[in-house]
Design a protein around this ligand. Structure first.
Ligand SMILES: [Zn+2]
Length: 358
């Protein structure tokens, strides 16, 4: 009889564990959490009352998870172009030297009845909260900072403020920043680390082979925005990861889209249904993407979890090879001006020579 009871208990334990793991790949990954998040504050525009209330909501979530604040308080207030906003920062202290930062901006672009920032960026925030609940007791050989940035949409203000005011013993020891921004709406998932080859990028590329996530290739790097003809804000750099790259910090950015059918490719499907800021509601995303939205979130969640839990991860991330100067606006502007000037000079000389020959 004892054996039967023992057998039953062991069987039940295995079943519970298995169903726990299965929940990661469940089609309805975090559907309830996403709906709650979007419904509680659909207008989270930088500086708005809704953004502030969402910060309070995130603070409560971190408290529920028993995750401590990194700074004195969970919320870090700041001003940007006369807009008051705040970051919400949680901290998992593993008594380690190195840090991984997982970030998602929680402000949005709001339009009454048509856009509640469901993809951009409730999808990233909710996935990040799930990662926080998974990784808080993981005892890894690095500490983890969970950052929820405010005022991203008006110029990456939250992430820049956070980095500008971070103590150097943390700043210098961030081995990877992971950015989750708009990871639901798309036929495919993409990741981007850096344009040039790096040791940490190679490690991620090898790791990604087993996942349904595509590396953002050089052909698809550029968006429509450009500075004097040079596209600085390419697709992989349109979010808070740019603030980290500008400071030479290794980063990994995730986003969903379909770059095969769309020139910009942020949130388009094979049918060319565009999910941009003016149609980013829960209803539209559900109608266009259905379960795909949640599968994308689950895939990012699984990829990040497995990556951070892999044995040699921290060692592979330690070397910084990013040259921050190459990604600063002023540097590219100077290069562009020199280029245009040389081109003009060349044209003048060409016509003068041509004229003198005649
Ligand atoms: Zn975004």
């Amino acid at each position: 009889m004892k054996k039967i009871i023992l057998f039953f208990i062991v069987g039940l334990t295995i079943f519970i564990n298995l169903s726990g793991n299965l929940s990661f790949s469940k089609l309805s990954f975090c559907e309830e959490e996403l709906t709650t998040f979007v419904d509680s504050n659909s207008n989270r525009t930088a500086g708005s009352e809704g953004e502030k209330q969402t910060a309070n909501y995130l603070e409560e979530k971190l408290k529920e998870l028993s995750i401590s604040p990194l700074l004195e308080n969970y919320q870090q207030s700041f001003e940007y172009n006369k807009t008051s906003s705040q970051n919400v920062i949680g901290y998992v202290d593993n008594n380690a030297e190195n840090y991984v930062v997982i970030g998602a901006h929680y402000d949005n672009v709001y339009k009454l009845d048509v856009s509640s920032g469901t993809n951009d960026n409730a999808s990233g925030v909710v996935t990040s909260l799930n990662l926080a609940s998974t990784l808080k007791n993981s005892n890894l050989n690095f500490n983890i900072i969970f950052a929820y940035f405010g005022a991203e949409e008006i110029g990456l203000a939250g992430s820049n403020y956070f980095l500008d005011n971070l103590k150097s013993d943390i700043l210098d020891n961030i081995i990877l920043y992971i950015n989750l921004d708009s990871i639901g709406a798309g036929d495919y998932l993409y990741y981007y680390h850096y344009d040039a080859p790096t040791q940490y990028g190679n490690y991620i590329d090898n790791f990604a082979n087993d996942y349904m996530i595509t590396k953002l290739g050089t052909k698809r790097l550029y968006s429509n925005r450009n500075t004097l003809g040079i596209n600085y804000n390419h697709i992989g750099l349109n979010s808070d990861n740019a603030s980290f790259i500008k400071r030479g910090i290794n980063s990994l950015n995730f986003f969903a889209g379909n770059l095969d059918v769309a020139r910009l490719g942020f949130h388009e499907t094979e049918n060319n249904d565009t999910i941009m800021h003016n149609t980013d509601s829960l209803e539209t995303n559900t109608e266009v993407f259905g379960e795909r939205f949640y599968i994308n979130m689950a895939n990012v969640n699984n990829f990040v979890t497995d990556l951070l839990l892999s044995n040699d991860f921290a060692d592979a991330m330690k070397v910084r090879e990013i040259n921050p100067i190459l990604l600063t606006d002023w540097f590219l502007k100077v290069i562009a001006i020199i280029f245009v000037a040389l081109l003009a000079l060349g044209t003048v000389i060409f016509f003068k020579l041509k004229k003198s020959k005649i």
